[in-house]
Design a protein around this ligand. Structure first.
Ligand SMILES: CC(C)C[C@H](N)C(=O)N[C@@H](CCOc1cc(O)cc2c1C(=O)N[C@@H]2C)C(=O)O
Ligand SMILES: [Mg+2]
Length: 336
């Protein structure tokens, strides 16, 4: 592959309102945007990194600069997996390589990936943790949302009240909850029973990353998804017997190449597959949208929290997300 030029840009994304999950409240999220060009075509990738592994913008930029000569030599995507570890830096470069390959080939990324023509995907829209009344109002305001993801904080009684209020406000909606590591295993039976009574369909990462053994053999009537516990392909086999679903995020695993490999491995092992996001603009959602074509569950709502998205942007309509070819990886992108 001919030599490439690597451009690295950082950006602070501003959320329209503070967002709370278990243990965190945040109003901004910093991202890295990588552009690769061969002089005629270009490819782009955006990454947030992984806040709970220290994979922040300084770490991503340092990793990219250290690997600059190897990246500008134009590695293949499998070769890239040996150059950078799973994480945001590899995610940004991997997605840029995909879009560059698509531009050179004059084919959309989904076709290069061997997938069927993409369809709009039902996505969850996430409610940050707040009072039961505030979250119920938020669920009502998510009028177009058909699927709602609810952030819980591990305060079991309050969490049950939150979900009860949301269910009362939205008897029609698919509901999932995300503990973001907030519960102890001793709370799980009560959480599962209460969620089952409220018609909740998914429980995401209830316990801490590193405590996965506590879930060994745990039988839940509601599928349990691993998020913080499942970073990359190396973690998928260990999910069997502990999680029912894996939440794949390109920022965790290092891009679309590894994400597609994780989805294939999860299917082989009989696990459900979900794609999620770590905040981001439509430039980050579009590659995940390609992976989402293979998933049982989609959580690609990052741009809906931002004061400003990129343009062109993904479209949210009737509870679905659609990433047109103009957003990323579709039309043959000539260097401007
Ligand atoms: C607001 C998110 C994009 C909503 C999304 N559906 C979601 O729940 N994603 C993650 C949680 C993402 O939380 C983040 C992302 C981030 O880029 C930085 C931070 C956090 C966080 O909670 N604290 C840091 C600042 C999920 O758990 O599925
Ligand atoms: Mg999660």
């Amino acid at each position: 592959m001919p030599a490439l030029s690597l451009d690295i840009r950082t950006e602070t994304l501003r959320l329209a309102a503070p967002f709370r999950i278990s243990g965190y409240v945040f109003e901004t999220s910093d991202v890295v945007v990588v552009t690769l060009s061969d002089g005629e075509h270009r490819g782009r990738g955006e990454a947030s990194g992984v806040y709970y592994t220290g994979d922040d913008v300084p770490a991503m930029v340092a990793a990219l600069e250290a690997a600059r000569p190897a990246i500008e030599a134009g590695p293949g995507r499998q070769e890239l997996r040996g150059l950078l570890p799973p994480g945001g830096a590899r995610n940004a470069v991997d997605c840029a390589l995909w879009e560059l390959e698509a531009a050179r080939a004059g084919l959309p990324v989904w076709q290069l990936a061997g997938l069927q023509s993409p369809r709009p995907l039902r996505t969850t829209f996430t409610l940050g943790a707040g009072s039961p009344a505030t979250m119920a109002e938020g669920a009502r305001r998510y009028a177009e949302a058909r699927s709602i993801k609810i952030k819980l904080t591990g305060e079991l009684d309050l969490d049950i009240e939150r979900v009860r209020a949301i269910r009362a406000a939205r008897p029609d909606a698919w509901l999932g909850v995300d503990g973001n590591q907030g519960f102890a295993i001793g709370q799980l039976d009560a959480l599962v029973a209460a969620m089952q009574a409220l018609g909740v369909s998914l429980i995401e990462q209830p316990i801490a990353r590193g405590r996965e053994a506590d879930l060994q053999g745990y039988r839940s009537p509601i599928p349990i998804a691993g998020d913080e516990s499942i970073l990359s392909l190396a973690d998928v086999a260990g999910a069997v017997g502990r999680f029912d679903v894996i939440n794949i995020k390109l920022d965790k695993c290092g891009g679309l190449t590894e994400g597609l490999m994780m989805a294939e491995e999860a299917r082989r092992l009989g696990l459900g597959v979900m794609v999620g996001n770590m905040v981001g603009t439509s430039l980050a959602m579009a590659p995940a949208f390609v992976l989402g074509q293979l998933c049982d569950l989609v959580d690609l709502d990052g741009p809906t929290f931002l004061t400003r998205d990129c343009s062109p942007a993904v479209d949210y309509r009737d509870g679905d997300i659609w990433a047109g070819p103009e957003v990323w990886g579709g039309a043959p992108a000539k260097v401007a």
